[in-house]
Design a protein around this ligand. Structure first.
Ligand SMILES: Cc1cc2nc3c(=O)[nH]c(=O)nc-3n(C[C@H](O)[C@H](O)[C@H](O)COP(=O)(O)OP(=O)(O)OC[C@H]3O[C@@H](n4cnc5c(N)ncnc54)[C@H](O)[C@@H]3O)c2cc1C
Length: 449
């Protein structure tokens, strides 16, 4: 019998890949922690459903392709919940106040978020001919400024970026962070035209029981192939496969797939290739804390009638934004209560993560109070810290990933949010990569060094 393929790390990336792979190969998933899911975890406490990291993913409801394939394989079609229609309303903080993001042309022209000149410039986008820089490293801010004008870039770039990456809009590349927009430009010569003709991005989707439902089903399907408390300390490629060192034992694998965060992947490959390890360590990650707070409905003077709000940096607030979870996914808070998920930290405020939860909470509560008019303390609070957090796709990231992958040799590969995109929707696509995985055993021995 051929040796198994070993997948290191049971985050959503490792789980998705392993589920595809196990249809044709013996697979062993080794997870250092005491549970599967990595960053993703849902706790249900005192009637509040709390997500540690991802609270959903964009899905168009098609179970015949993309993320739908693995969801169908897991039989999760009937467990899916999509965001409430109310969640279409989104806010930005503007001059200290909640200000709705315009959803139609009329609202756009009336919006105080942009000057008249900036609004008019937006409509010229389809005719902008300036090409992107050839190196593919154009930042999110520079992309928006080139296509839509500096007014739009200044007003929205850092909120868009902090909402997804907790990152820096002048450092993250548009191609790395939002490839749909750069693909749209490449295909149609215009983002607006290209987006119109492209497929719909889908609705924010989760599951009854939250994201944990997905993780539990994935882990359950893998059964004994998934081993917890199994921290891999070394991988040693050789002529016939790879020796994987774990808890003092050695497992012989035909191939190893590293589904670990970039810093951990760097440590595991350092003995094989120092340059690659150095390259991976140069990928920065945003350290973020999620503050979950539950209030009685009558404590909040603002109508909690939307997705939540983001905070542009010029507002000089400490929180990055707050999602109104109980309005997005009704049923995530007890009757008569509201649940908020507030982010703090990120690339502009890494020091926030050095503060203990009891110091972060008053900062967030004060700012939530100022924006939403909240009376009194929350009846429920939790703080979840993520360090390393979210990898940043900054200038040179694409080249780093290509360079490292090319040096890993035929039997070792890497997947996960450091190289395949940070969103759950992207990482679920690794199921198809698992289905298509071909062992390179026999084509070339060892690992290039
Ligand atoms: C606060 C926050 C909010 C987010 N919100 C969203 C959202 O709303 N929507 C969305 O789509 N995405 C969101 N994301 C991003 C998304 O959650 C992550 O990108 C994704 O979960 C990462 O999955 P992964 O498998 O690549 O990595 P991880 O989840 O980091 O998994 C890696 C696993 O490898 C294990 N491991 C590490 N070293 C070893 C070792 N030596 N041996 C064995 N195992 C090891 C770890 O224990 C871990 O379980 C959010 C992220 C954060 C932090």
């Amino acid at each position: 019998m051929p040796a198994p393929v070993v997948v290191v790390g049971a985050g959503i990336a490792g789980l998705s890949f392993a589920l595809g792979l196990r249809t044709k190969r013996d697979v062993v998933v080794l997870e250092a922690g005491d549970r599967a899911g990595g960053l993703i975890r849902t706790d249900r406490e005192e009637g509040y459903q709390c997500e540690w990291a991802a609270n959903g993913f964009l899905f168009d409801g098609d179970f015949t392709k993309g993320p739908g394939l693995v969801l169908k394989e897991l039989g999760l079609e009937n467990e899916i919940v999509t965001s409430a229609d109310a969640a279409r309303k989104r806010y930005l903080i503007h001059r200290g106040a909640l200000t709705p993001l315009p959803t139609g042309p009329l609202a756009f022209f009336r919006s105080p978020l942009l000057s008249a000149g900036a609004k008019l410039r937006t409509f010229r986008e389809p005719w902008v001919k300036t090409p992107p820089p050839a190196d593919g490293n154009e930042s999110v801010h520079a992309f928006l400024a080139r296509r839509f004008g500096v007014g739009i870039a200044d007003a929205f770039a850092d909120s868009i970026v902090s909402g997804v990456f907790a990152g820096d809009a002048k450092a993250l590349t548009m191609r790395g962070a939002f490839p749909r927009a750069t693909d749209a430009e490449a295909a149609a010569g215009s983002v607006i035209k290209g987006m119109k003709s492209g497929g719909k991005p889908g609705k924010l989707t989760s599951f009854r029981g939250g994201m944990q439902t997905l993780i539990d089903r994935m882990a359950g399907d893998l059964g004994n192939s998934l081993r917890l408390h199994a921290e891999v300390s070394a991988i040693e490629p050789h002529e016939n496969g790879v020796t994987v060192r774990v808890n003092g034992d050695a497992i012989e694998a035909s191939d190893v797939v590293l589904a670990t965060p970039p810093g951990r992947t760097a440590s595991l490959i350092a003995p094989i290739n120092q340059d690659s390890a150095r390259d991976l360590r140069s990928i920065r990650s945003a350290r973020v804390a999620v503050l979950v707070t539950g209030f009685r409905r009558e404590q909040v003077r603002t109508p909690v009638d939307g997705f939540g709000f983001l905070v542009p940096r010029r507002e000089k607030m400490r929180i990055l934004g707050s999602l109104w979870t109980s309005s997005i996914f009704p049923g995530t808070a007890p009757e008569g209560r509201v649940l908020f998920r507030t982010m703090i930290g990120g690339m502009h405020d890494p020091k926030a993560l050095t503060l203990p939860g009891r110091a972060l909470l008053p900062i967030a509560l004060r700012e939530l109070h100022d924006v939403m008019g909240i009376d009194g303390d929350p009846e429920f609070m939790r703080v979840y810290k993520h360090d390393p957090g979210i990898p940043q796709y900054e200038a040179g990231h694409e080249e780093i990933v290509k360079r490292v992958a090319s040096r890993l040799g035929p039997r070792v590969s890497m997947i996960g949010n450091g190289c395949d995109g940070v969103s759950v929707a992207k990482l679920l696509l690794l199921y198809e990569r698992g289905l298509a995985f071909q062992t390179q055993a026999g084509t070339r021995a060892g690992v290039a060094g």
